[in-house]
Write a protein that binds this ligand. Structure first.
Ligand code: SF4
Ligand code: SF4
Length: 249
């Protein structure tokens, strides 16, 4: 388990791990600098929220507002918001502010999950990014107060669940650098407004989701079986064998 006060690297600097009761100074002056030239990774919940707000489908979102790349270590497809030279939603103010994604949500506070190697027990720790001039202002608040105000915890909790799902897939031996798998993964996890999910919803008697979280939960529950199902239908033997072999792990 990492200790409070221990430093962790983040974007080329080291930051001490803080507790949610620690205070920090911050009032955003909306300069927009933190919305330029930065990697903002999106999970399905982020994409659902933005698509709902813009009333567009996931395929349109991926085409016009984001790019897909492979994780440097995991080699699993990841979705990045288009932020170069500036975020597509940065028009002096953030035009999707109430639905801005997890990585933007708590800024300048970021949450990390610390796991005890022996017990597996998890605990949240926080870092406060000090790259922004607003961090010098007089207003002080606890990290907890700030995150509550920004409604960040629900995003962080969903992000933790998503990261666990990805970790589980990697541990199960999902193939790396395999174009067919990557295609299925994107369809099942990020480009979810498709016929595969429509059929699945119809089969389960679901016409629409009440909330973005309901839709996220549906994706989380069904992405892996969906990949398996298609893999078996297209005789995608390597993927299927690997997944079947590791199914109960
Ligand atoms: S958080 Fe900081 S860098 Fe970002 S818009 Fe506010 S003042 Fe500017
Ligand atoms: S989504 Fe909004 S807060 Fe996030 S980088 Fe874009 S403009 Fe900034």
């Amino acid at each position: 388990m990492r200790l409070k006060g221990e430093k962790i690297p983040y974007r080329g600097k080291e930051y001490p791990i803080k507790h949610k009761y620690n205070k920090f100074r911050f009032v955003c002056d909306k300069c927009g600098r933190c919305c330029c030239d930065i990697d903002i990774m999106l999970n399905p919940y982020d994409i659902i929220r933005i698509c709902n707000r813009l009333k567009i489908t996931s395929v349109r979102f991926l085409k016009d507002y984001a790019s897909i790349t492979l994780g440097a270590d995991s080699r699993v497809p990841i979705v990045l918001l288009n932020t170069r030279p500036r975020c597509v939603f940065n028009k002096k103010i953030c035009t999707i502010y109430e639905d801005r994604p997890t990585n933007c949500r708590g800024y300048p506070v970021g949450r990390i999950t610390m796991t005890d190697k022996d017990t597996g027990e998890e605990e949240a720790g926080y870092i406060v990014n000090d790259n922004c001039s607003a961090i010098q202002t007089k207003k002080r608040q606890t990290i907890e107060e700030w995150l509550r105000k920004e409604k960040a915890d629900e995003y962080f909790n969903i992000s933790t669940r998503w990261n666990r799902f990805i970790t589980k897939l990697i541990q199960k031996g999902f193939p790396k650098n395999n174009e067919m798998f990557n295609f299925l993964f994107i369809k099942a996890c990020y480009d979810f407004d498709n016929n595969l999910y429509n059929k699945l919803m119809a089969a389960k008697g679901i016409s629409q989701f009440k909330t973005a979280e309901d839709k996220f939960n549906f994706i989380l529950d069904n992405a892996e079986p969906l990949i398996l199902n298609i893999a078996s239908k297209v005789n995608f033997d390597k993927v299927r064998e690997m997944l079947e072999k590791n199914k109960d792990k």
